[in-house]
Design a protein around this ligand. Structure first.
Ligand SMILES: [Zn+2]
Length: 270
């Protein structure tokens, strides 16, 4: 599944091809995504110039003259820059054409979203209640400390709550908690100020490292016609059940926590 780093890398990869460009056509080969692509999408967006390409959580916002095209990659979506006349493959459901080039959405599982919002995108129901951006200054030790007070939920669950902070999926929650030395089950309200600071730093460092890992494959990511385009990473704990901890050598444990697998080192995380 594309996580925040993949979405950010996608944004950086396609930005040079869309910024300041005008949408000249839209091809919808299959409108049946998570939400049906509006029938009149072409009439809404053709002629709009892209003023900026922003990311909010895992949403990409093509901000135009009178509104924004909101795009989400869902479970399996990826974007590529192509020549508009190149033949679509199976699962290539939508092209946004910008004159001589196009951005093509491939989405085998069709959980993606493509829609148009007039006016300010941040007020759209999908975006209005999102929490803070993890790489922004809003996500601070003080913010996390405040959010954890009085909350009797495990810290991992709180980190993955998009109403608190966006874009910290299962992989990055596991990895950040390891880096901060915090057990995923620790009750949020028991986190000290110092540990909140450590965790905020760990979340940012984990995401920045993942984006850097993806940045090295940016060219392939945007131009290739490969299968998924998601990049491989080196994890401390995620998906490493029973393997030795990279720091202390103890076996990594796995536990089911709120439907998701939690990976942790019982000696490094308390
Ligand atoms: Zn360890």
């Amino acid at each position: 599944m594309p996580e925040l780093p993949e979405v950010e890398i996608t944004r950086r990869g396609i930005e040079p091809f869309v910024l300041g460009k005008t949408i000249t056509a839209v091809a919808v080969r299959n409108p049946n995504l998570r939400q049906r692509v509006p029938r009149n999408i072409a009439r809404l967006v053709v002629g709009q110039q892209v003023k900026s390409l922003r990311r909010r959580g895992k949403y990409l916002l093509f901000e135009c003259d009178t509104g924004s095209l909101i795009l989400h990659l869902g479970m399996s979506g990826s974007l590529r820059v192509i020549e508009p006349q190149s033949a679509p493959r199976k699962h290539d459901h939508i092209d946004l054409v910008f004159g001589g080039s196009a951005v093509r959405l491939r989405d085998p599982r069709r959980f993606g979203i493509v829609l148009w919002n007039r006016g300010d995108a941040s007020r759209h129901p999908l975006l209005a209640r999102l929490g803070v951006e993890p790489l922004s200054e809003d996500f601070s030790a003080e913010f996390l400390y405040r959010m954890t007070r009085g909350r009797d939920v495990g810290i991992k669950q709180l980190l993955m709550n998009a109403g608190v902070v966006v874009g910290v999926g299962n992989i990055y929650a596991n990895e950040s908690l390891f880096r901060a030395g915090i057990h995923p089950r620790l009750r949020s309200k028991r986190l000290s100020r110092e540990r909140c600071a450590k965790l905020v730093e760990a979340v940012k460092a984990t995401l920045v490292a993942a984006i850097a890992a993806g940045g090295s494959s940016l060219r392939d990511f945007v131009h290739s016609d490969g299968a998924s385009g998601y990049f491989q990473q080196h994890y401390f704990v995620y998906d490493r059940a029973a393997l030795p901890c990279r720091v202390c050598g103890a076996a990594i444990r796995v536990a089911r926590l709120g439907q998701r697998s939690s990976y942790y080192c019982a000696s490094c995380q308390s």
